[in-house]
Ligand binder design. Structure first.
Ligand SMILES: NC(=O)CC[C@H](N)C(=O)O
Length: 310
């Protein structure tokens, strides 16, 4: 067996034996019903080789991992103008926090917390109708993953819509500051559909290839290498909410988590990695997902801080 395949299999084995798995998100029934004992991992190498173990083919709700793809689309639409409406600093507060918005005049700290991603959706709606923006997102994700079977789970989208009172509060509050331009219901409908993308670890790791390979995927340029570096920098500093510093400390990798228990992580120039285990820590990040990535880096030396020969 190839060395990476062996490592991936070892990690899945170790995760299977873990007793402490965190707490599965229960704010909507379709997430609450996901079995806590699931664990999947997929690693796509720069040469295209794919290594998987565990439940790597099971689709799960990617939730906030979609914020990376939404950011990519918004930067493509308006470029650096985006940064007039959303910051690039870690928030140090929960993913759905409203507190900073008051003192910071409706400008969210970064595009990877809910408030920031809601602004990103509003930016996309500056040029598109919600249906078009959702279609663009689906086409983009299918294109970068090289997989036409990826879908949005409408049951999840409806449940998000019915329970998303905090997100509605965030959007309305930012609208009061003039930082949401489209009707709030349309912005949130778009945001909830993005959160409801269902993908497996394999599909997610495939989709992350453009971030691993300087903006290139399947031999064509998705974004510039400079933009890929910058998105990775934001994932490293802000991708795990107020747990981002700890994740960077433990793994040394850019990563973005979602409350469905998935994490997309990038070892630039080396591999795109997706892990999934639905149990979450107190910051809403996959407990075993983080542990699995920590193990992977220990076994491979893929931290971006690893000294490499020039
Ligand atoms: N952290 C997350 O994955 C949050 C996404 C979730 N749908 C929400 O908006 O609350």
């Amino acid at each position: 067996m190839d060395a990476i395949s062996a490592i991936v299999a070892e990690i899945a084995e170790e995760m299977r034996a873990q007793e402490h798995r965190g707490k599965v998100a229960d704010y909507i029934p379709p997430l609450a019903q996901v079995p806590a004992d699931k664990f999947g991992i997929a690693v796509v190498m720069r040469d295209g080789t794919v290594h998987t173990a565990g439940d790597a083919e099971d689709p799960f709700s990617i939730q906030s991992i979609s914020k990376v793809f939404a950011l990519t689309l918004a930067l493509g639409a308006v470029g650096d103008q985006l940064w007039q409406r959303v910051g690039r600093e870690p928030s140090g507060s929960a993913f759905n926090s409203i507190v900073q918005l008051e003192t910071e005049h409706g400008i969210p700290r970064n595009p990877f917390i809910n408030a920031g991603a809601i602004v990103v959706c509003d930016v996309l709606l500056g040029r598109l109708q919600p249906r078009e923006a959702i279609g663009q997102m689906l086409r983009f994700v299918r294109m970068v993953a090289g997989d036409e079977t990826i879908v949005i789970d409408e049951v999840v989208a409806r449940a998000e819509q019915e329970t998303g009172f905090r997100n509605k509060a965030l959007a309305n509050y930012m609208r009061a500051f003039g930082n949401i331009h489209a009707p709030v219901d349309l912005v949130l409908g778009t945001y909830f559909h993005f959160c409801s993308l269902a993908m497996s670890c394999r599909q997610l790791a495939m989709a992350g290839r453009y971030l691993m390979a300087g903006g290139q995927s399947d031999g064509h340029s998705v974004i510039s290498d400079r933009r890929a570096r910058r998105i990775n920098a934001l994932m490293m500093s802000c991708g795990h909410y107020d747990n981002s510093g700890d994740f960077a400390y433990r793994t040394g990798l850019p990563g973005k988590s979602g409350v469905g228990g998935g994490i997309l992580a990038v070892a630039p120039g080396i591999a795109s990695i997706a892990v999934w285990s639905p149990g979450l820590n107190s910051s809403g990040n996959s407990h075993l997902g983080q542990l699995a990535l920590e193990r992977l880096v220990q076994k491979t030396g893929w931290s971006v801080f690893e000294p490499r020969a020039q």
